[in-house]
Design a binder for this molecule. Structure first.
Ligand SMILES: [Zn+2]
Length: 428
């Protein structure tokens, strides 16, 4: 369907950071093919015309690190240390999780992500075929990997391989499959080596949790005599496109390696704060030229999937960390949540509003008190706005939400099924 958006504030996030007032965006065959002034009679050339008077249009948000089905554990175990939370609360529940529950957990996550303006996400978990099935319906763009833990390479790798064969490039290219070794503390070294070798042979990218806490780093140094970043580099695990989630406890030598290997960092400020993991040196990594994107992590450690909340938190956190209010300004942090996320996920035609790009856009209702006066629409979105302002969402040229209603998922059914699955899993 060809769509014309008109009368909009358009935040392009292109190289010049252009913002246009009273602007039109034409979408034809899933691509943006026009950005400019309204021309008499141009409505007739499109199947749908959406009037965006009083609204802002920006690229869809890209969540570069999450575990979508973990919405089922939201608010189940809070106020615990990472290792206690993971090993005593989350892992035992995950052992009981089945594919049906995973499906509804991911459906809840995708409903929440669409409603809060996320158009693409990167997921690592189990039963990823179920997450892919939800994507087929929801219309979301996703990069998925089976989380790999333990020591049993053959069995789990086979699952990853089957997932790749079945889903990579499916849904008109909306779904990509990559490899997902969980972390250096949940995989044996020989297992990590085998995964790295497979990635290097096939060119399939990797995502991994990396240097999330000081404890992870000190345990790794005790066990292997080097930091997690150095360990991965020493076994050739950073040679392909890599998304490293967290990178909180990294030193200058680690940052040097991440830069040299072109590793994409997924910064998860909400999760890092809640688990008291620390503050990732984002401003420092960005200065070194590392591509830093933004993620929510799973809803059990956040406890939502609200990317605009992450945008604001990320900016505030770097200002305090650097003792510098100019750190991570509006344009940089918005790009982390869009352009940089798209780059991290290997999505070439996503992340900006430019002619020829895929139409992954969100429309925000800015006729609200905190958007006035209109000095700077981008500042207003970052520092004053919130995700409930997201009104309409277009992914791959399809309208998946309009006027606050998600058109591709059955909201009431998802709430019902999630409550049923949660009771079955936890007895609560
Ligand atoms: Zn994670």
């Amino acid at each position: 369907m060809d769509i014309l958006l008109k009368n909009a504030y358009v935040i392009t996030l292109d190289e010049n950071d252009d913002v246009f007032e009273n602007c039109c965006i034409g979408i034809e065959d899933k691509k943006i093919n026009y950005i400019g002034r309204y021309k008499e009679g141009m409505d007739d050339g499109y199947d749908r015309v959406i009037d965006c008077d009083g609204k802002a249009v920006m690229p869809g948000l890209v969540n570069s690190h999450t575990h979508s089905s973990m919405t089922l554990f939201r608010n189940y175990a809070d106020d615990l240390k990472l290792m206690d939370w993971l090993f005593k609360k989350i892992f035992p529940l995950e052992d009981k999780l089945d594919e049906e529950e995973s499906y509804w957990g991911s459906a809840l996550a995708q409903l929440e992500m669409i409603k809060s303006g996320t158009t693409a996400f990167c997921d690592m978990y189990f039963f990823m075929d179920k997450t892919a099935e939800v994507c087929r319906t929801s219309g979301m763009r996703a990069v998925l990997s089976r989380g790999l833990t333990g020591d049993d390479f053959d069995y789990r790798y086979k699952e990853s391989e089957e997932l790749y064969k079945k889903y990579d490039g499916s849904c008109d290219g909306r779904i990509k499959i990559i490899l997902g070794p969980h972390s250096v503390y949940t995989c044996s070294l020989s297992y990590l080596k085998k995964i790295a070798d497979k990635s290097n042979e096939s060119g399939i990218p990797l995502q991994i949790h990396l240097s999330e806490t000081k404890d992870e780093v000190s345990n790794c140094k005790k066990k292997y005599g080097m930091s997690p970043v150095k360990l991965l580099d020493s076994i050739g695990a950073l040679k392909q496109e890599t998304i490293a989630a967290h990178c909180v406890a990294v030193d200058d030598e680690d940052i040097e390696i991440l830069q040299k290997r072109g590793v994409n960092v997924a910064h998860n400020p909400g999760s890092n704060l809640k688990l008291a993991s620390g503050i990732a040196p984002v401003a420092k990594m960005e200065k070194k030229g590392i591509n830093v994107s933004l993620g929510t992590d799973g809803a059990a450690s956040n406890n939502n999937l609200d990317m605009l909340e992450e945008v604001r938190t990320a900016s505030y956190l770097q200002k305090v960390n650097e003792d510098d209010p100019t750190a991570l300004p509006v344009c940089d942090v918005l790009k982390m949540a869009t352009v940089n996320g798209a780059k991290a996920l290997g999505l070439k035609d996503v992340g900006t509003i430019e002619s020829g790009m895929n139409a992954d856009l969100i429309v925000l209702n800015t006729k609200k008190p905190y958007y006035y006066p209109r000095y700077n629409i981008k500042s207003a979105i970052v520092y004053s706005g919130n995700s409930s302002d997201v009104d309409t969402v277009i992914i791959d040229g399809n309208v998946v939400m309009e006027n606050g209603k998600v058109l591709t998922l059955d909201e009431e059914r998802i709430y019902y099924e999630v409550e049923r699955c949660a009771k079955k899993l936890t007895g609560r």
